[in-house]
Unconditional design. Structure first.
Length: 338
């Protein structure tokens, strides 16, 4: 039902010759923007010196604009123009950035890129006409995907989404969302920073930032001073601390007795749900009173919801409907397949 492409949300300025360093466009994103060359995504992760991204960046920020160009480039050969595009932001920044994002996205995009990273070609240009744009809260995108996508969820339910930059929640009723249950707070970066602080007491981390340490966080180990350092116990500890200090206190005003009378079904989504240690924290607190539902492919849920919303806006035109999730750790672009 969906054709999905995802890449690391990292960028870095680079004029290096990177001919044939990647197997395809997805892994070889090198884009010309405002008279500078930038490597993006997996290429930045592999070839960059200190690739980065601002947390919850604005549509006027360089990293946001580059990642949008990278995502549009990835679907350029597979969509019908003009495009209908839906994207979103955490609830905490949604109202601030909505109009700015619409202004940036709704236009004809001229994207210049270096195809020599994965082929024998050089600098190339694509033109994409984005005619319709909708910007919605990220958690609403997750809700749309749950109701209209593969899950076909019905009735009332809670949605809890944990990403690298933000943790969010909402109670979705058949009649609409309950505004007072929308929470937007620190994401997994909080736990990654805790891990870095602990490691710095005994190890030299060089110039690694939280984005690069997130890779080690996912793998559960890191090479420091040519030694393999196991991170699994430390990761478990900081995830539990993150849950107890950030997530649990924020959910006290969401998963209340009154709201549990409306529903006890809770969908867990976002990339954070790949960590069993974090999932266990939800089970320990809510396992006896709530029906916890684990979403397949949780990191791509918002982007799927955006694509489904684009199809609604376009009047059912699957081939021109695109969903774009510019995440803090991962960017995901989705379109509807036949």
């Amino acid at each position: 039902m969906f054709a999905i492409q995802s890449f690391s949300s990292l960028i870095e300025n680079s004029n290096a010759n990177l001919s044939n360093t990647s197997k395809d466009l997805l892994n070889g994103l090198k884009i010309f923007h405002e008279n500078q060359w930038y490597i993006c995504g997996n290429l930045a992760l592999n070839e960059g010196q200190l690739p980065h991204k601002f947390i919850n960046s604005a549509p006027t920020d360089l990293d946001y604009q580059l990642l949008v160009k990278a995502a549009l480039l990835l679907v350029a050969d597979s969509v019908e123009q003009p495009i209908t595009l839906t994207t979103g932001f955490p609830y905490s920044t949604y109202r601030i950035y909505k109009d700015m994002a619409t202004d940036f996205l709704k236009k004809t995009h001229i994207i210049e890129y270096d195809a020599s990273t994965f082929s024998n070609a050089g600098k190339k240009t694509v033109i994409l006409d984005v005619q319709n744009v909708e910007v919605i809260p990220e958690i609403v995108g997750c809700t749309i995907a749950l109701r209209k996508g593969e899950q076909q969820a019905d009735g009332n339910f809670f949605v809890l989404s944990c990403g690298f930059g933000t943790f969010e929640s909402v109670l979705s009723m058949e009649s609409g969302i309950v505004e007072q249950t929308m929470v937007s707070t620190h994401g997994l970066k909080y736990a990654v920073n805790m891990m870095m602080s602990e490691l710095e007491k005994t190890h030299y981390l060089g110039f690694r930032n939280a984005h690069l340490m997130d890779d080690a966080f996912q793998k559960g180990h890191i090479i420091l001073n040519r030694k393999n350092v196991d991170l699994k116990d430390l990761r478990r500890s900081v995830l539990r601390a993150y849950y107890n200090e950030v997530i649990s206190p924020n959910l006290r005003n969401v998963i209340t007795d009154a709201n549990l009378m409306k529903t006890n079904k809770v969908y867990l989504c976002g990339g954070g749900m790949y960590y069993q240690d974090l999932v266990d924290c939800f089970k320990n607190e809510f396992g006896d009173i709530a029906q916890l539902e684990f979403v397949a492919d949780p990191a791509n849920l918002a982007s799927k919801g955006y694509a489904l919303n684009s199809m609604r806006v376009s009047g059912g035109k699957k081939q021109s409907s695109v969903g774009l999730d510019i995440g803090n750790a991962l960017s995901v672009v989705s379109r509807l397949s036949e």
